[in-house]
Ligand binder design. Structure first.
Ligand code: IPD
Length: 276
């Protein structure tokens, strides 16, 4: 029901703002940092605290809904996506940026129903940018409607790409080679350190495409809808439909740009987020 969807969006915006306050006050104090899989895969107490706060708020309001949260999965919870309404949450996307006070970190919240994102909120509290989308109703940053760029030639495009958090030498070689190919055929590459922020910038027409192998569902669940609602495309890097649990994504302002980037990509293999 559309009134339900409006309520889901309203609660998600409110909880993202609350989470933003916690993140901003934590910026001022010294952080205890732990590493997960690699030196570049960080978690702080704030990630855990914010995730708990977000999940308990949603759980109280919508007791039948399911959850997938980055830190809950890290601490051993299952990462299974069913058709039931499921909130997919990254309490801080861009944790490394948060640790360094580099201003591209955000809270990413997507509500999936039948495995499709219906409501999306990405809030960057550092810049006070609130990105929202509802399926079929456009995407917004604060009160401005978003629209992707209309560039359709890679030669005139700015591409967002990431090194990701794995430092496996074979994966790194493939990534660097791919970036080398792309940088030679475009205006350039930018690495923001937050998948959700990268997708929001593509949605805002501030870059033409973003791709990454190794992301998780919580990095892209919200960005997926924001890009689509701004008129862009979100695909699997093979060119087929995006698969939320496949740990790989490309989004672009249009199919022409996506195809041109895809033709230069090298596959980097990752285990899926879930096998259901
Ligand atoms: C990371 C960021 C980064 C991407 C990594 C993600 P996190 O998320 O989105 O841009 O390259 O693959 O893991 O760990 O900061 O939530």
């Amino acid at each position: 029901k559309s009134s339900d969807i409006d309520e889901y969006l309203r609660v998600a915006i409110d909880v993202a703002k609350e989470a933003g306050k916690v993140i901003c006050s934590a910026l001022e104090v010294e952080k205890r940092i732990e590493t997960k899989e690699s030196l570049a895969d960080l978690v702080t107490e704030t990630d855990q605290q914010v995730e708990k706060m977000i999940i308990s708020t949603f759980h109280q309001k919508f007791p039948t809904h399911c959850f997938i949260g980055e830190e809950s999965v890290s601490s051993g919870e299952k990462c299974t996506l069913t058709n039931a309404p499921t909130w997919i949450i990254d309490p801080i996307d861009g944790t490394t940026n948060f640790v360094h006070r580099f201003q591209f970190s955000c809270i990413s919240i997507g509500l999936l129903i039948n495995k499709r994102t219906e409501v999306a909120v990405v809030f960057n509290p550092n810049l006070d940018h609130m990105y929202t989308a509802k399926r079929g109703h456009g995407a917004y940053c604060n009160n401005t409607k978003l629209k992707v760029s209309d560039v359709n030639n890679l030669q005139n495009a700015l591409i967002l790409a990431e090194f990701g958090s794995s430092r496996d030498p074979e994966k790194m070689t493939k990534r660097v080679e791919t970036m080398h190919r792309i940088v030679n055929k475009s205006h350039g590459i930018r690495s923001l350190g937050s998948a959700a922020m990268a997708m929001c910038l593509v949605a805002s027409g501030r870059g033409e495409a973003y791709y990454e192998y190794g992301i998780h569902c919580w990095d892209v669940a919200a960005g997926d809808l924001i890009v689509r609602e701004a008129g862009g495309v979100v695909l699997d890097p093979s060119g087929s439909d995006m698969d939320m649990m496949a740990r790989r994504v490309i989004c672009a302002c249009n199919k022409d740009i996506a195809d041109q980037v895809i033709s230069l990509l090298q596959t980097v293999e990752f285990e899926r987020d879930s096998e259901e």
